[in-house]
Design a protein around this ligand. Structure first.
Ligand SMILES: Cc1ncc(COP(=O)(O)O)c(C=O)c1O
Length: 415
């Protein structure tokens, strides 16, 4: 088939005239294919999916009820644009009650988002000219960096390593790059490492931002999913509002990934710039959804219940993996357990399977053990297990976790 003229019109940022022709298969597609192949090879078998990056349950019934009620209101029907004050005020109450952040002005320092992903794709437009740098943590959620590159920007990756408790080493940024850096993007509790920030680290971030004239974007998508203590907001750090914004979302904290609603909060000028770009990007989230989200932010006990479930599952998963010799340690939040990938599995017969990367063991786990995980080879070889696996009830949850244990116990892993 000859190429359509369209093929020659694609922008360089998506591959130019070569767009769609690459035969490279990306990580998540490889996982999908391996799952399909494992199912085909083992008809009727149960694949245990520990790779899912979103909640396994629906939004709570009272939230669905709110949506229904709000959807019936004629005044909610139209373009929401940058939103009314309902969600903004609930966001301010939430930050105060849940994170102890005071003094946020709901009219000038908060604006809704159609999910944090949308906000992360909009915000680079406010800063990035060709040649400007963004500091991103790796492994991580790449959306801000991807859009920065679309604008001709460059990404400097800061590795998250176990030795640094998965916090970036801000002093490691070379001087010439720092001089061209406009934004530092952080995410705690972190996807995929499950690590949490500390007040001391955030204090250092504010100092770094002020000293070097860098804006901070803190993606707090998992902020309230903590297993002990109170959620830590970047904005609770003295001076944080001078340098940055924080992104909150109903997706993970309230089982509402498909609803697409969150908020951007913090520095007034940054929120204004986000709002101006957003105005030219979307027409706002349906007000009924915004109002249901506002209900959620006034009911943080919903998140506490969800976090309680993840905490219980995490305890059990840590035990199962430790029994299989993984160095698993319960994180303080999120739903991710990030463990060092084994270098080899030795069968009882003595047969040995070597793994050169996390991707190799992840493929082996799907193919041989019908357990799906997400591999990360960006800063060391690690596997991410998510406790959002499907289970009908607590008995079934225990069965699934025991099943993982029994599938792993006929080999000895070497690290
Ligand atoms: C770190 C991180 N940020 C943002 C998102 C997207 O959140 P939202 O559903 O609010 O767009 C995700 C989703 O996986 C995530 O892991």
């Amino acid at each position: 088939m000859t190429d359509s003229f369209i093929q020659n019109l694609f922008a360089d940022r998506i591959g130019g005239s070569q767009y769609g022709k690459s035969t490279a298969i990306y990580k998540f597609e490889k996982i999908k294919r391996a799952k399909r192949a494992a199912l085909a090879a083992n008809p009727g078998a149960e694949i245990i999916d520990m790779g899912v990056g979103e909640p396994d349950e629906m939004a709570f019934p009272e939230v669905v009820e709110q949506l229904h009620k709000e959807a019936l209101q004629p005044e909610n029907r139209g373009y929401a644009d940058n939103g009314d004050s309902g969600l903004k005020q609930a966001a301010v109450r939430y930050l105060d009650k849940v994170c102890g952040v005071k003094g946020i002005n709901p009219e000038t320092e908060v604006l809704h988002s159609i999910g944090s992903k949308a906000a992360l794709s909009i915000l680079p437009g406010a800063f990035i000219n060709p040649g400007d740098y963004v500091l991103m943590t790796t492994p991580g959620y790449p959306v801000f960096g991807t859009h920065s590159k679309y604008y001709g920007g460059l990404v400097h990756n800061l590795p998250l390593t176990e030795a640094n408790n998965f916090l970036p080493d801000l002093d490691s940024v070379p001087k010439d790059i720092l001089a061209k850096t406009k934004v530092l993007v952080l995410n705690y509790p972190n996807n995929p490492t499950g690590a949490s920030a500390t007040p001391d680290f955030f204090t250092k971030v504010v100092e770094f931002a002020k000293k070097n004239g860098v804006v901070v974007v803190h993606d707090a998508a998992y902020a309230a999913l903590v297993f002990e203590g109170k959620p830590l907001s970047f904005l609770s750090t003295p001076g944080a509002k001078d340098v940055g914004v924080e992104l909150h979302s109903t997706s993970k904290s309230f089982n509402m990934t498909g609803w697409r609603c969150g908020f951007v909060v913090g520095n007034e000028l940054l929120v204004k710039a986000y709002g101006d770009l957003k105005d030219n990007t979307d027409s706002g989230q349906f007000l009924a959804i915004q109002h249901a989200a506002a209900y959620c932010f006034d009911h943080p006990e919903i998140t506490e219940k969800i976090a309680g479930k993840y905490s219980r599952r995490m305890d059990a998963l840590v035990k199962v993996l430790r029994d299989a010799r993984f160095n698993a340690r319960k994180p303080k939040g999120s739903f991710f357990l990030y463990v060092k990938a084994p270098r080899a599995a030795v069968k009882k017969s003595g047969a040995r399977i070597d793994f050169k990367s996390a991707e190799e063991i992840s493929q082996w786990l799907i193919t041989e053990k019908l357990i799906s995980t997400v591999p990360w080879d960006d800063a060391g070889a690690y596997l991410r297990f998510s406790v959002t696996f499907l289970a009908k009830d607590q008995t079934d949850e225990k069965r699934v976790l025991d099943e993982i244990g029994s599938r792993l116990n006929d080999v000895r892993f070497e690290f």
